[in-house]
Design a protein around this ligand. Structure first.
Ligand code: BG6
Length: 264
């Protein structure tokens, strides 16, 4: 299903890519937009938080992590450490920061994050990673039409996932979790990583389209004043994506391809 929020200021979509005219670059989130890995992250977060919450359960009742709602609101699209902080704060739990190389057993923000990463890498090793066919078709069509392409992901595992899915060669620029740490970029919902992507591609934000499945991600695209923000709804949150800043919401990027599917 596609939802078109009222944005009367937007140019009518007229290109075969389903984008307003004047868009010269596409900036794609990875997990959940390009690759079928949002669900793997959600499973890893759940396993880690449930382990931790059940350890605390002596002093308080055990309320498991909700891998749909709590993942979408507190964790999806954010850096690993921001995800840990944000969910724990929602439960009134405050842990010391620790440091990036804390062991996965440490009860610190980074320790819990590293435990989640250990679980994530195990899941990726067993399941492998796959790209969404509609997204690959879309990225190829964008490049064939002369648009520049970037991946803008909070994930520090971004490069390995792109390579695992066989799509790393489809992007001119990659701004990922490692770049964000190195260059001190604030994580989504702040616009820093998307703006860094636009700079690296040599376009103004207004000339870029952002493709996002996370609430924090569409907020980042909107905050950066990008020309168009496409919400990608894989889990039934079309209305929320629109509320947080998507100009249009599609279930798959393939829907945007071809004049027949373009609506204003
Ligand atoms: O732990 P990583 O691989 O650096 O990923 C950070 C975040 O990357 C985002 O793309 C995911 O939506 C989050 O679930 C994830 O936590």
């Amino acid at each position: 299903m596609r939802t078109t929020p009222d944005r009367s200021h937007m140019t009518t979509s007229t290109t075969p890519l389903g984008l307003p005219t004047g868009i010269r670059a596409c900036l794609f989130d990875m997990d959940g937009v390009l690759t079928q890995t949002a669900i793997v992250h959600a499973a890893a977060w759940k396993e880690m938080f449930d382990e931790y919450l059940s350890r605390r359960a002596g002093s308080e009742p055990f309320v498991p992590f909700d891998a749909l709602h709590e993942y979408d609101v507190y964790v999806d699209g954010k850096s690993r450490a921001d995800g840990v902080r944000s969910f724990l704060a929602s439960r009134g739990i405050h842990l010391p920061e620790g440091s990036l190389d804390d062991p996965p057993s440490a009860e610190t923000i980074h320790g819990l994050g590293n435990r989640k990463n250990e679980i994530l890498l195990g899941l990726i090793r067993t399941r492998g990673v796959e790209a969404y066919e509609g997204s690959v078709r879309y990225v190829r069509a964008a490049r064939a039409a002369g648009l520049r392409t970037a991946v803008v992901s909070a994930s520090t595992n971004c490069h390995d996932v792109l390579v695992g899915a066989g799509i790393d060669a489809l992007f001119d620029v990659r701004i990922d979790g490692l770049v964000a740490i190195r260059e001190n970029l604030r994580g989504k919902p702040e616009p820093d990583s998307y703006l860094a992507g636009a700079r690296a591609l040599g376009v103004e934000a207004a000339e870029g389209a952002v493709f996002e499945d996370a609430l924090a991600g569409v907020e980042a695209g909107r905050a950066g004043k990008f020309g168009y923000v496409v919400g990608v709804d894989r889990v039934g949150q079309a209305a929320e994506l629109a509320k947080h800043g998507a100009d249009i919401v599609v279930a798959d990027l393939g829907e945007l391809l071809g004049a027949a599917s373009v609506r204003s």
